[in-house]
Design a protein around this ligand. Sequence first.
Ligand SMILES: Nc1ncnc2c1ncn2[C@@H]1O[C@H](COP(=O)(O)OP(=O)(O)O)[C@@H](O)[C@H]1O
Ligand SMILES: [Mg+2]
Length: 230
Amino acid sequence: MTAATREAKATNIVWHDGSFTRQERESILGRKGFMLWFTGLSASGKSTLATALEQHLVAHGVSAYRLDGDNIRFGLNKNLGFSDQDRTENIRRISEVAKLFADSTTIAITSFISPFKADRAVARELHNAAGIPFIEVYADVPIQVAEQRDPKGLYKKAREGVIKDFTGISSPYEAPEQAEVHIRTDLVSVEEGVRKIVAYLEERDLLTLSKGVKRDSNGVSDTPSKAIKA
Ligand SMILES: Nc1ncnc2c1ncn2[C@@H]1O[C@H](COP(=O)(O)OP(=O)(O)O)[C@@H](O)[C@H]1O
Ligand SMILES: [Mg+2]
């Protein structure tokens, strides 16, 4: 991240605390927010998996919300391109917004290529510092498979030189070394990928789909989900 994008421009501002802590909010609402950060090449399956996971969670009465790379670039980040600096700023903004969702007790699901390790580390650190679990999900696929899939015709355009700075072709992708969940999307189905993520979350007591979201440890136990539809 460059100094320019990190520089705080506002002065004379004072943080205004809320009237209850996140733990108290979680207890009252009976659910816990955290961050699921998808990373991977274009066409690796981030959006497909993230959408299927969001649908699965919401169908079970769990508050989950997806922030998708392309969608965010239509609005909040429409003034950013794909230079290294803009990609970094893209991730910084989305980290901050997703953190707000998680802080509000919603499961934040982001699907951005997020090709640079350093930027993902900044996102992780931001959540760590706030005490919000950060789970990196690596949608992994050989570039040849991603290029064959090419659902948006972007690899073709990148090969033709029409798109500059295209990850995996003319811009690097730095693969995670220790993602919490690693999914080879050319080897497992979308359903299996979702199952793998849910299993990881349940193992760590972040989620109990049969009973609703696991509450935090300050004295409130699990309660059955009100809206199990799936
Ligand atoms: N197991 C799988 N997991 C995710 N996507 C898959 C899988 N198998 C095939 N695909 C296909 O790969 C493409 C992935 O596209 P998309 O989800 O838009 O990727 P990204 O968001 O990473 O750019 C879709 O056309 C999807 O149907
Ligand atoms: Mg996508």
